[in-house]
Design a protein around this ligand. Structure first.
Ligand SMILES: NC(=O)C1=CN([C@@H]2O[C@H](COP(=O)(O)OP(=O)(O)OC[C@H]3O[C@@H](n4cnc5c(N)ncnc54)[C@H](OP(=O)(O)O)[C@@H]3O)[C@@H](O)[C@H]2O)C=CC1
Ligand SMILES: O=C(O)CCC(=O)C(=O)O
Length: 448
């Protein structure tokens, strides 16, 4: 697909020129601008007011040096980022990613996606994202702690419970959030809900750990149910074996599906009997080892090197939960040829534009990331509410709210798609529904 509207086409060219060598950011912006074509026809004031032009420019980008000392006494220097993308509907909210591939373009694409996702949740949260090119893999707990303390020493100057509330993402889980929170509290001498995904003993919310994966399954189930289908009895392939993947696999199994595969960046496992999640949690959450260790628990399972091969496994439902652009056109075609009926994106932007086109033109039900994986950030917003109230809801209460939110996101995206002439295309629906709330707020605020 290419942009037809002259204004949007020119804006896209400007975004590419102003943000050179940031292909992931260009990809995320292009998809949203394409979805906005039917909106600007009906609502030209979003163009004349400069709202769309402002929306593609982050409000603020913070970039900083993160020096720390490794276990050998050697000084290491990483780079830290926080992109405060849009605060029209609430404080900046979004995760921190620690992965060697992180650079400004990755954080910008993630921050941009977060603006629309957070709007879709219906909760008052703006969009932001941050991270570092630090690789927690292979580092000792003490090295991770020293890195987190140095990272937070700078980040603490820019965040706050009513300003910007970071959380986890790739490479940032319970351990990292604990160290980051500890350092913030020490520097500022205040105990506030400045981060989410916190441990349950110090202000975390029940069900936040499970929320992205569970929410993905609630969304996918709703999308399937609308077409008379269900996860019950379905064969499911999940990529990744981190936070999102593990809890997506858990909820899909609870809903009656058989999850037969998981992966990591080295390779994938296939277990025709259904994945044993207790073994996976032990390997990944406790021992922090590679997914191939699964064979030590189940000798009859298979392990294959290379993560892309996971998409060659025949399945009814595919849940990509690892990273951006992990499903390309070739993998999408294989999934379609093998009879996939639904794809729910747990990771951020896991399908390339060509893969999305393949799914949509083949009438595969397609749940785009900013709608399908919004359960994590939605539950983070519920953690913020609980922190403000100095109160905690039960697991069941949070889970019920999460489910409601995911069903509503599906309904809103689906009805926006229909209203703007793209019925059943949830890419359009999610982008448009997410955009409208932010854009109306920006209009109301004037030129700021
Ligand atoms: N955590 C959350 O609440 C949310 C996360 N997301 C998105 O979900 C995805 C997964 O995040 P999360 O589960 O939290 O992260 P984790 O760090 O817990 O797990 C990431 C998983 O993806 C794999 N992976 C990461 N990078 C690559 C890569 N370049 N190629 C292949 N595999 C890779 C990892 O394998 P390995 O260990 O080998 O690196 C690991 O299995 C990300 O796209 C994230 O942005 C979206 C919404 C909320
Ligand atoms: O919980 C959060 O604030 C962030 C979740 C996140 O990073 C995401 O939705 O991609």
């Amino acid at each position: 697909m290419s942009l037809k509207n002259e204004y949007l086409k020119e804006l896209m060219a400007r975004v590419e020129k102003r943000n050179p060598a940031e292909p992931e950011f260009h990809q995320a912006v292009r998809e949203v601008l394409e979805s906005l074509e039917p909106v600007v026809e009906k609502r030209p004031e979003f163009v004349t007011s400069g709202v769309i032009e402002s929306l593609v420019e982050p409000e603020r980008i913070i970039k900083f040096r993160v020096p720390w000392v490794d276990d050998n006494g050697k000084v290491q220097v990483n780079r830290g980022f926080r992109v405060q993308f849009n605060s029209a509907i609430g404080p900046y909210k979004g995760g921190l990613r620690f992965h060697p591939s992180v650079y400004e373009g990755i954080i910008k694409f993630l921050g941009f996606e977060q603006v629309f996702k957070n709007s879709l949740t219906g909760l008052p949260i703006g969009g932001g994202k941050g991270g570092s090119d630090f690789d927690p893999k292979g580092k000792s707990d003490m090295e991770v702690m020293r890195f987190c303390q140095s990272f937070m020493t700078e980040l603490s100057k820019h965040i706050g419970a009513d300003t910007d509330v970071p959380a986890g993402d790739i490479g940032v889980g319970a351990r990292e959030i604990g160290y980051l929170f500890g350092q913030y509290k020490r520097l500022r001498n205040e105990f506030t809900g400045v981060l989410t995904g916190k441990g349950l003993t110090y202000g975390g919310s029940l069900a936040r750990k499970e929320a992205t994966g569970y929410g993905l399954c609630y969304f996918t189930e709703e999308m399937l149910n609308e077409k008379g289908k269900s996860l019950k009895g379905a064969t499911v392939v999940v990529s990744g074996s981190g936070n999102v993947a593990i809890y997506a696999a858990e909820k899909a199994t609870e809903l009656g599906a058989k999850v037969v595969a998981l992966s990591d960046s080295n390779g994938y496992i296939y277990d025709k009997n259904g994945i044993d999640l207790d073994a996976v949690k032990q390997i990944k959450e406790v021992e922090r080892k590679r997914i191939k260790e699964y064979l030590n628990y189940h000798k009859d399972a298979e392990y294959h090197e290379g993560c892309k091969g996971v998409w060659t496994i025949k399945c009814d439902v595919a849940l990509p939960c690892a990273t951006q652009n992990e499903i390309d056109e070739e993998s999408a075609k294989i999934l379609v040829a093998n009879g996939v009926t639904a794809v729910g994106e747990g990771a951020n932007m896991p399908s390339t534009p060509e893969a999305i086109e393949t799914f949509i033109s083949s009438k595969v039900l397609f749940g785009p990331a900013k709608a399908a994986n919004a359960g994590g950030v939605a539950t983070s917003a519920l953690e913020m509410s609980q922190n403000s109230m100095r109160y905690s809801w039960t697991f069941e209460e949070v889970d019920a709210k999460l489910k409601d939110i995911m069903v509503n996101i599906y309904k809103n995206a689906s009805s926006a798609a229909k209203e703007y002439g793209h019925a059943d295309n949830l890419v359009y629906g999610a982008n448009i529904a997410g955009f409208l709330k932010v854009a109306e707020s920006m209009l109301a605020h004037g030129v700021v």
